[in-house]
Ligand binder design. Sequence first.
Ligand code: NAD
Length: 268
Amino acid sequence: MTTRIGITGAAGRMGRTLIEAVNAAGAPLQLAAAIERPGSSLIGADAGELAGIGRNGVSVAGDLAEVVADIDVLIDFTVPEATLANVKLCAQHGVAVVIGTTGFSSDQQAEIDAAAQRVPVCKASNFSTGVNLCFKLLEVAARVLGDDVDIEVYEAHHRHKIDAPSGTALSMGQVVADTLGRDLDKVAVYGRQGQTGARERETIGFATVRAGDIVGDHTVMFAADGERVEITHKASSRMSFARGAVRAAGWLAGREAKLYDMRDVLGL
Ligand code: NAD
């Protein structure tokens, strides 16, 4: 049975890549709707042409409400406020949602949790297979190295990224903190400046770089006296995220209402 996919933020960096990825995936997935923010000059444009893959006959809509009845799964990589409105609308219409947007507050996350009681939702700070494998490797490293090492997370992204540290860096910190029984809210240190004092062992530091067109680099460092282990992932194309999100959309169709993440999709 065909799974009809809608993409919000269709003209964005991820939106265009997602249109290409749905096309590459082929049957049973089918692009049924592409949506941009109201007032966008691209409303009415052909989504295939927008993504550089040639005409596909799907015109960009300016409002999800116009097309929500035509889709089974929405893939949303936009901004937190837009994602929340979209998730609520999908919950009302029984449409599953793949959420790639990052930078939600805890109140916003609670609203997503509520929607996931009505429809299946797959939310991940990073949809690439490699990063999700890294989450698993981090668990092993944290378990083996434990409290004998200093743990630091370093991330670098392109100059247009609007949230920091990246959702992926936070997820990496969360995996490590959970494995070691630490509360990330209490032990996270976001950047250092001035007279910081000596490092306390249980802290988990985050360092952020924003520069040029870096798609996404993440390293978690486990540093002891005399040796250190670094687990690094480098994305060189947004297609790695888009392929994962499209795979998640196919996996999500017809599942029970629940909040899933990419590790569920990959069976990790
Ligand atoms: P972008 O700015 O290029 O694209 C966002 C798009 O959303 C824009 O085209 C904008 O017009 C559109 N938009 C805003 N409000 C809208 C609305 N109400 N309805 C429809 N469209 C709307 O940003 P991007 O680089 O594509 O990233 C988007 C999000 O995805 C960010 O939060 C980013 O951190 C996240 N991201 C996640 C992953 C992942 O694997 N989870 C990977 C890359 C990026």
